[in-house]
Design a protein around this ligand. Structure first.
Ligand SMILES: Nc1nc2c(ncn2[C@@H]2O[C@H](COP(=O)(O)OP(=O)(O)OP(=O)(O)O)[C@@H](O)[C@H]2O)c(=O)[nH]1
Length: 215
């Protein structure tokens, strides 16, 4: 019998930033995702970070999640974390039209600061349990999602509905982007070499990504 084949899958680490206006449920979504806990009280965030590990399509991913402040007085740090973020969860409340309208400006800032139109973004309409208070039509949110080419999820941190899905989707986008950039880097390293020994390629990639530690 031939020996089993092992394919090396390095662990990836990504910085995720959770953005959105104040009170839309960014902290609650993050706490549900990371710790499976529901927070009833409202305590405006200044900045909290979480580290968590997950498996996406069989690949190990470590996420450094930054839960940011939605309240105006704390937004001065925005430029800094937009620079370091590799994926963004843009959260609004389906019960607040203004929170939805504010997302446009946030995305513009991300694109301006990162100088890149193709950044991994997922839009989350939170508080979906408050259907009777809905003031943002699903169709409106979907049309934004199409315009930005960013997936849209309706979620409820309260009922833990669609809490994991946006994070997983964002991971997939970041992994895809990382893989593409790897291939581009490989072409730069070996401009004349069309076919590289696959084992050498794997060793080189392993060197680049071995920084990831298991939590
Ligand atoms: N009904 C309902 N309430 C929610 C949901 N998510 C959060 N809340 C409530 O909304 C309030 C604000 O939630 P937070 O998670 O603190 O909001 P935030 O976006 O982090 O707010 P800032 O820290 O000011 O940016 C809290 O009282 C939560 O209990 C949800 O899915 N449904």
């Amino acid at each position: 019998m031939p020996p089993p084949k092992f394919s090396y899958q390095p662990c990836r680490e990504f910085n995720v930033v959770v953005l959105g206006p104040g009170g839309v449920g960014k902290s609650c979504l993050t706490a549900q995702f990371v710790h499976n806990e529901w927070i009833e009280s409202y305590d405006p965030t200044i900045e909290d970070s979480y580290r968590t590990q997950m498996s996406v399509d069989g690949r190990q991913v470590v996420l450094e999640i930054l839960d940011t402040a939605g309240t105006e007085q704390f937004v001065a740090m925005r430029d800094l974390y937009m620079k370091t973020g590799q994926g963004f969860l843009l959260v609004f409340s389906i019960a607040s039209r203004t929170s939805f309208e504010e997302l446009e400006m946030l995305r513009d800032d991300i694109i301006r600061i990162k100088d890149d139109e193709d950044i991994p973004i997922v839009i989350v309409g939170n508080k979906a349990d408050l259907e009777d208070q809905r003031s943002v039509d699903r169709a409106k949110a979907f049309s934004l999602s199409q315009r930005w080419n960013a997936p849209y999820y309706e979620a409820s941190a309260r009922t833990r509905t669609n809490v994991d899905e946006p994070f997983v989707d964002l991971c997939r986008q970041m992994l895809r982007r990382d893989d593409t950039h790897d291939d581009l880097r490989d072409d730069l390293y070996y401009p004349h070499q069309r076919v590289e020994d696959p084992a050498a390629k794997r060793r080189r990639r392993k060197k680049r990504k071995d920084k990831c530690s298991i939590l």
